[in-house]
Design a protein around this ligand. Structure first.
Ligand SMILES: NC(=O)c1ccc[n+]([C@@H]2O[C@H](COP(=O)([O-])OP(=O)(O)OC[C@H]3O[C@@H](n4cnc5c(N)ncnc54)[C@H](OP(=O)(O)O)[C@@H]3O)[C@@H](O)[C@H]2O)c1
Length: 337
């Protein structure tokens, strides 16, 4: 089978096509014929050697994708041949709390990922794709969508009437906007681009702020919320955006710490966190159980992921470069079949 792999050294120019033996499913496993994969910021860092410099090579990158069950191993009853499924991000996190073992069972590093014509995974570690979605749309769900769902629903308990602040217009953030709207929340979105802010308004955003032209956007967001502050923040920026988030959040509100795009260390005044009883909640994707709950909501509301651009297999490197450029809105996909 054809794969894309980082073979001997890290770097986008080291993402090479290779051949591997066709895998066979063992007992309890399924063979997937992959149709599409989808990129996350983590995949870019992984290929560049910045996510885990100790990652053994070769590695097939990318955690997210969708494929058809082509064969099942002995004892498999959860899915059948012909089902369209997505492998879950953390293969051993089926339900319950995160553990070290569960958190280390992720695709696209340390385990081989979805940029392959075929994959063998445990039947317990896949979920059925929502029926109304295209292959590319379904491929976007395992990491970005589930992270947004975990932040808003599983850990954040957002409810109708709440005000949610979403930073940026990348994969996680657009899912967070869509889920927050589905829950009946009002959503404020920040972006570096006025054109992207127009697009989020068309999707239903309540208010928007350009964080580039308004570097102290925290106060502006608080004002837009009516002065009380927002209930929940989808924090993808990290060290440089956290002080602004602390200015925008209401007392008792929650900051869902998801990404560190602007940096992971820095000076931070911790006092507001305790004086205003703010909850800073780390989020790491989620379990299969949450994924299945999310898919039920996606099907019920016929929600469609925002796919920014689809690249053919031969243009995997330009797809990663497009992600690095930050020009995208929502998700970038790669066609596998
Ligand atoms: N913890 C987890 O489980 C988890 C899961 C998924 C992703 N993540 C992390 O979450 C972050 C986003 O991932 P993604 O895949 O959604 O990335 P992405 O699709 O590449 O989105 C990045 C977007 O974030 C916005 N952005 C960049 N720098 C920013 C800053 N300093 N302040 C505010 N917004 C900024 C930009 O939006 P505009 O172009 O609109 O300005 C950019 O397009 C990454 O750090 C990723 O590693 C974590």
């Amino acid at each position: 089978m054809k794969v894309l792999e980082v073979r001997e050294r890290f770097g986008l120019d080291q993402l090479l096509q290779g051949e591997r033996p066709d895998p066979q499913p063992g007992p309890g496993q399924v063979l997937l014929h992959m149709h599409a994969a989808s990129l996350n910021y983590r995949d870019l860092l992984t290929v560049q050697g910045q996510y885990n410099p100790k990652q053994p090579l070769p590695l097939i990158p990318c955690s997210d994708g969708v494929g058809e069950v082509a064969a099942i191993g002995q004892g498999v009853e959860r899915v059948g041949v012909g089902d369209l499924v997505t492998p879950i991000f953390a293969q051993r996190w089926i339900a319950g709390e995160p553990t070290q073992t569960r958190l280390r069972s992720t695709l696209g590093g340390p385990h081989d990922g979805t940029l392959a014509q075929q994959m063998v995974v445990d039947a317990e570690s896949v979920v059925r794709a929502p029926k109304h979605l295209t292959h590319e749309e379904a491929a976007t769900l395992p990491c970005a969508a589930l992270t947004a769902w975990s932040a808003l629903v599983s850990l954040g308990s957002v409810k109708a009437g709440d005000i949610v602040l979403v930073q940026g217009t990348g994969g996680v953030s657009i899912f967070a906007l869509q889920f927050a709207l589905l829950l009946g929340a009002r959503v404020i979105v920040t972006s570096s681009s006025d054109a992207k802010l127009e697009r989020v308004r068309a999707l239903g955003a309540w208010e928007t702020v350009n964080y580039r032209t308004q570097p102290d956007w925290g106060r502006e967001v608080k004002k837009l919320s009516g002065g009380a502050g927002v209930d929940l923040i989808v924090e993808v920026g990290g060290s440089l955006t956290l002080p602004q988030s602390l200015a925008a959040i209401r007392p008792g509100g929650m900051i869902a710490l998801i990404g560190v795009l602007s940096g992971r260390t820095g000076d931070l005044n911790l006092a507001p966190i305790l004086m205003q009883q703010i909850r800073v909640q780390g989020v790491f994707v989620g379990s299969r159980e949450r994924f299945e709950a999310m898919n039920r909501a996606i099907e019920q509301h016929r929600l469609r992921p925002a796919v920014s651009r689809i690249f053919p297999w031969e243009e995997a490197r330009p797809a990663f470069e497009h992600l690095a450029s930050g020009e995208h809105f929502g998700k970038i996909c790669i066609r596998v079949d």
